[in-house]
Design a protein around this ligand. Structure first.
Ligand code: PLP
Length: 383
């Protein structure tokens, strides 16, 4: 990887000006993604309306997502945000027909938690697998105690946006399936940074978006639906792009697609489909395993650097317990983010912890610059 890194970095102009370690928030704009945006604008200048091509772009995106997820394209639905996909999924569940409980976790991103809680008005009961006393682990026993024959769905974040913890999904998925529950995975903080085979993972639904480690842009969400054609779930939210035949234009009939597309709704975000396909293809070209290897190298440097200076690591140090995000305890995280920004270092904060999230385009010098600046601002870090 290191031999190619100089070439790779040239594709990301921002990296010349900034030490960018905030891919958990937004990935760096790559030249091919910029070119994809331009292609969309050119198509508007040239044709005004070019729907056939634009719907084709939606299918290109679906195909790229399917390669990324390791599943058939028919099992991928495209939306405008993860929230839209999860709302469609929630609308397809009926908590009044036997199983009424949704098991969620302390590590959820707000949107999934809020969507599950909103289902209480539809008769759902929401219970939560709690973090243990370390605050950075949810023991399997917590899920064992909660998942039972009332459980309709178990909702799991793969990597937590606050502390970088990577959950060991497979034992929970196995448990849920043994007990007859569906499983939803919010992969937003992992997708593009970890190797993934949706079929092998065994979750029923995996959702994410394209603007972080997938290098795309805001305005696209997606959801994998396992064996979508066999699944009996049909969302109540719908629209013309969710129909079996988009061209049917039949106002007297709602005929949802038998495929994952039935979880879609209206006109797609066309400009974003161009950009997101380009981002995903770039990620696939580099390769998910190579990306993970580089992330583990860089997060390893961050972990060692924090520990050797006696600062407080929030994220578990073990590489198999975190994604590409490392959280460091701060005394005043917003002030620390501002101080680092003064040194042209881009990071973010949550829960008064600094979030440092490298991607494959970062190099060792980025981490050296980070620590030089952290040393200058050590008074803002917790010990
Ligand atoms: C884990 C996770 N889920 C969901 C989201 C956002 O979802 P949406 O596309 O609905 O804004 C984020 C964004 O930061 C996230 O980190």
């Amino acid at each position: 990887m290191s031999t190619d890194l100089t070439t790779i970095r040239q594709e990301f102009p921002l990296l010349e000006a900034k030490t960018y370690l905030n891919s958990c928030s937004y990935g760096v704009l790559a030249k091919p993604v910029e070119a994809a945006f331009r292609k969309y604008l050119e198509s508007r200048h040239a044709h005004g309306s070019d729907w056939e091509v634009w719907v084709g772009e939606l299918e290109n995106l679906r195909a790229s997502l399917a390669r990324l997820l390791g599943c058939p394209p028919d099992d991928v639905s495209v939306s405008t945000s993860l929230s839209e996909s999860v709302n469609a999924l929630a609308s397809s569940l009926d908590p009044t027909q036997g199983r009424d409980t949704i098991v969620t976790t302390d590590f959820d991103f707000p949107t999934s938690s809020q969507i599950w809680l909103a289902q209480e008005r539809r008769g759902a009961r929401v219970v939560r697998a709690r973090a243990d006393e370390t605050g950075v682990a949810i023991p399997l026993a917590a899920f064992e105690a909660l998942i039972d024959d009332r459980t309709l769905l178990v909702s799991l974040p793969w990597v937590c946006y606050r502390n970088g913890v990577k959950l060991d999904l497979k034992p929970v998925i196995r448990l849920a399936r043994e007990r007859g529950a569906l499983v939803f995975v919010d992969a937003y903080q992992a997708i593009g940074s970890l190797p993934l085979s949706a079929l092998e993972l065994g979750a029923d639904f995996i959702a994410g978006g394209c603007l972080k480690y997938l290098l795309g842009t805001a305005g696209i969400g997606f959801m994998y639906v396992r064996n979508s054609e066999q699944s009996p779930l049909i969302p109540v939210t719908t629209g013309w792009f969710a129909q079996a035949d988009i061209n049917a234009m039949d106002i007297y009939r709602n005929d949802p697609s038998p495929m994952a597309r039935r979880f879609e709704s209206g006109t797609p975000n066309v400009s974003a489909t161009y950009a997101c396909t380009a981002g995903i293809e770039l990620v696939l070209d580099v390769g998910l395993q190579a990306i993970r290897d580089q992330a583990l190298h860089l997060t390893g440097l961050i972990v060692d650097g924090v520990q050797s200076r006696g600062w407080t690591l929030v994220t578990p140090a073990s590489p198999d317990r975190h994604g590409s995000l490392i959280a460091i305890a701060a005394k005043d995280a917003p002030a620390l983010v501002r101080a680092l920004a003064d040194d042209d270092i881009v990071v973010s904060e949550r829960d008064n912890n600094l979030r440092v999230s490298p991607h494959f385009y970062n190099d060792d010098e980025d981490i050296e610059r980070l620590f030089a600046s952290l040393e200058r601002n050590a008074g803002l870090l917790a010990v």
